[in-house]
Each structure stands twice: as structure tokens, then as C-alpha cells.
Design a protein around this ligand. Structure first.
Ligand code: ASP
Length: 436
């Protein structure tokens, strides 16, 4: 049995948290490969090491040296090493790192050093070998992960290595320079390692006991999701649930390796299991509810639209021409709704785009609806089960919430509705209560 464990920023925040990490790893000998983040926040207004490292880069660009900002990094790691009682010569490592940041003049290089230093400390504390992510993770000339190269490297590196600590968040680009994933990317590193070593389980240790059915800032004390499929996580993450980096699913999915989201500070909690469809046993009709505010809907109506060849393509080519992404495209016989994230619409773009659509497809009318929230009710259990939509829509009708758009994909994995931004919180509460 092999488990890959990734520990997030709060699990690395100070010596106490790192001691807790050690006890978790030692409690199960199959926890062989450990991926770590940079130290995160210790308290509410604390600053994450990664954020300070981006400041180091800014300081290098403006003054030629990261001296002032790096002093904060230095102090933080010296304190951790001292509190852990390690004999590691961290001062020398820090001196070298500071020098390299000054020389590299690269935001990615600078930001990556938080994970690098974390992994050096944790490997010394656990007595596990340190394996630099730059040796095994490679990006291509488009900045995308070079999957084949990376897979080969990871599997050959760990074939004869029983245990190791690996820094998350970065690899090397095709030119040999350090490059990071997007923020929160250590989750992706963990997934890549789990895939490469053919792990039985990828444990993602964080500071919450798994995915919640919905945002606790909106619904009081929502339930934890016990089990969820890869696809459902993708739907929920797209809509704003942020427990796991959205790109962390793909690598483990290829080998159907489950992910267990666990809480470092409550290791006894079961957490959430993310599994492939064929391992999923539905225990509730809906799995989760997530949403995002601020969409714009272009409601286009034209009678006999359905028999006009190329209608949708012509509408979309105008949208594409403005470099705008379409989020959803629900359609009826004579209507088409183009749903766009409002943040994409720079001043003036909306009016120009609508005028061009008018010219191109001569619709009966175009109605622009702004300040729309999209709310997705996600659940494998909904498929082929009569009455789910009725429960949802009845509850919303009773709560007097006007639904402005409905989109149910044919996968029946979710129902997305559009409501006014002002109804957003009420709508999520109503759906949660209808199913719980
Ligand atoms: N340290 C990086 C960040 O703060 C990456 C990570 O923690 O996953 O985004």
C-alpha cells in the first residue's frame, strides 16, 4: 500500500503544525511520499510565505536586492527550525536562497522557494530524503505540464526510493528555469506524484474536514460531503468551492486513484473521499451546491431559429471576435442564452458586441440581463431520479425567488440556475434546506 500525502500551508505554518504532520505520517507506514506547501498563515492577518516571496521579487526589481522582504522569510524559517530542535544549518540554506533570488530576477523562482525551504525542513525532521520537484516536473513551451516526461521521471525516481519529501507548486520549464503552477498548485504536485508512483490513495491534508455541501459563509453549519466523484468536484470547484485546486483532479483521475481530503488538526475526521464514478455509492440525492455572482446573459430570440443553419455559430463567432469566453449556452426552440462572466466585459464591449450580433443574425430581439448569479446544484444521485428538479423549483417558488435561467446538462450531474445577484444567498439557503 502506498499513499502520497500533501500538506497545505496551514499544516506547515509553524513548528507545532509540523509536529502534528510528523505524527500523522508516523501513524501509517504507507504514507511514503510527502508533498509540502510553503508555510501559510498562523493567524488571521498573518502573511503567507509565498506572498512575501512575491514581494521579494518586487523588491529585487525595484532595488536590485530582496534584503528587507527576505528578512521576514529568514526569521520565519529560523524560528521553525529552532522550535523543532533541528541541527540543520538553515542559515546557510537561507543565505544561498537569498543570493539566488537576487540573481534570478524571476517571480516564479522567488515564489517557489517557500515550498523548497519547507521541504528541506520537513525532510530533515522526518529523516526522509529530499527530492527537488525541479528534477521531476517539467513544463512544455506552452507552459503546460509535459505529462510524458514528468511521468517517466517520477516513476523512475521513486522506483527505488522508499520514502521522500517533495516541495509542491513548481517544476522546470523547457528552458530549464523554475516555473510554478498557479496559486494553490501544490495540490497538483501531490496528484502528479500519486499518479507517477501508482499510489493507492492521494491524501490531501488541509485545515478543513473536507468539502462542505455549501459555503459556510452562506449557510450555517453545512454538512461535510462524505463521498464525491471527480466530475462533481470539477463542477463545484468551477463554481467557486476552493478546497482543492481544480487542476489537481486530472493526474490521479487517469489512474482512478481516490483523493481523501483530510484535516491535519482533526485527523480522526473521515474527511471527503473523491472517487471515480464506478467506486461511488450515492448516499444522498445532491452532493453539493456552489455558485458565483456577476454574470451577464444575452437572451437572443428569433422565431424559426431552429431551422436557420449556422445561427448559433454566427452568434458565437461575434463573441469570439471580442475575445470573450462563453460560460453556458442554454437554448430553447426560438431562444438562445449566452452566459458570460461580467468581469470579461470591458467598458463598451457589451454594447458593441450586442450591436454586431444584431447585424449578423437579425434576431427578433436581444435582451441583456446583468447582475446574474449562477448556482449549481450538483449530484450524481440526481441522474434518473424523478422529482429532484421539482423539489428544487418548488422550494424556490415558495421562497419567492425568480429564476431567470435554467441549464440542466444532459449528464444530469447538475442543474444550474440563474437568479438576480440580490437573491444569491437566499437561493443557496433555500436549496440546501430543500434537500437536507
Ligand atoms: N504556496 C503556494 C500558494 O500559496 C502554493 C500552495 O500552497 O499550494 O499559492
Amino acid at each position: 500500500m502506498t499513499k502520497v500525502c500533501k500538506f497545505g500551508g496551514t499544516s506547515m505554518a509553524d513548528a507545532n503544525a509540523i509536529r502534528q504532520v510528523k505524527s500523522i505520517i508516523q501513524a501509517d507506514e504507507s504514507r511514503r511520499y510527502v508533498v509540502v506547501s510553503a508555510p501559510g498563515k498562523r493567524f488571521k492577518n498573518d502573511i503567507k510565505v509565498t506572498d512575501t516571496l512575491y514581494r521579494c521579487y518586487d523588491e529585487v526589481v525595484s532595488t536590485g536586492s530582496c534584503k528587507n522582504s527576505f528578512a521576514i522569510i529568514r526569521e520565519r524559517f529560523i524560528e521553525i527550525v529552532k522550535d523543532l530542535g533541528l541541527s540543520l544549518d538553515i542559515e546557510s540554506v537561507l543565505d544561498k536562497t537569498e543570493e539566488q533570488i537576487n540573481k534570478a530576477k524571476s517571480a516564479d523562482f522567488s515564489a517557489s522557494r517557500g515550498e523548497y525551504l519547507s521541504a528541506i525542513v520537513v525532510s530533515a525532521f522526518l529523516g526522509y530524503e529530499f527530492v527537488d520537484a525541479s528534477e521531476i516536473i517539467r513544463f512544455d513551451s506552452h507552459g503546460k505540464l509535459n505529462v510524458d516526461y514528468t511521468d517517466d521521471k517520477v516513476s523512475s525516481k521513486f522506483e527505488n526510493l522508499e520514502r521522500a519529501v517533495i516541495p509542491g507548486f513548481y517544476g522546470k520549464n523547457f528552458q530549464g528555469d523554475i516555473m510554478t503552477f498557479s496559486r494553490g498548485g501544490s495540490d497538483i504536485t501531490g496528484s502528479i506524484i500519486a499518479h507517477g508512483v501508482k499510489a493507492d490513495l492521494y491524501e490531501n491534508w488541509t485545515d478543513v474536514s473536507g468539502f462542505l455541501v455549501c459555503d459556510p459563509r452562506i449557510v450555517e453549519n453545512p454538512k461535510v460531503i462524505n463521498q464525491i466523484t471527480y466530475k462533481e468536484v470539477r463542477e463545484l470547484s468551477y463554481m467557486g468551492a476552493s478546497v482543492l485546486h481544480a487542476e489537481a483532479i486530472a493526474p490521479v483521475m487517469r489512474k482512478k486513484i481516490p483523493i481523501n481530503i483530510k484535516n491535519t488538526f482533526k485527523p480522526e475526521d473521515r474527511g471527503t473521499m473523491i472517487v471515480p464514478n464506478d467506486q461511488y455509492k450515492a448516499d444522498s440525492i445532491i452532493t453539493g451546491i456552489a455558485g458565483k455572482k456577476d454574470f451577464t446573459v444575452l437572451l437572443i430570440e428569433k422565431s424559426m431559429m431552429n431551422s436557420e443553419v449556422g445561427f448559433i455559430r454566427r452568434v458565437l463567432s461575434v463573441v469570439e471576435h471580442y475575445g470573450v469566453c462563453v460560460e453556458h449556452l442554454p437554448s430553447g426552440i426560438d431562444t438562445l442564452s449566452v452566459v458570460i462572466d461580467s468581469h470579461q466585459l470591458q467598458e463598451g464591449v457589451l454594447t458593441d458586441m450586442v450591436n454586431e450580433i444584431r447585424e449578423n443574425v437579425k434576431p427578433d430581439f436581444i435582451h441583456v440581463i446583468e447582475n446574474i448569479s449562477l448556482i449549481a446544484t450538483v449530484g450524481h444521485g440526481m441522474a434518473r431520479r424523478a422529482g429532484t428538479a421539482a423539489t428544487l423549483f418548488n422550494a424556490l417558488a415558495k421562497a419567492n425567488i425568480n429564476i431567470k435561467m435554467i441549464d440542466q446538462g444532459s449528464s444530469e450531474l447538475n442543474i444550474i440556475i440563474g437568479v438576480a445577484n440580490t437573491d444569491y444567498e437566499k437561493c443557496i439557503n433555500t436549496i440546501y434546506n430543500a434537500f437536507n
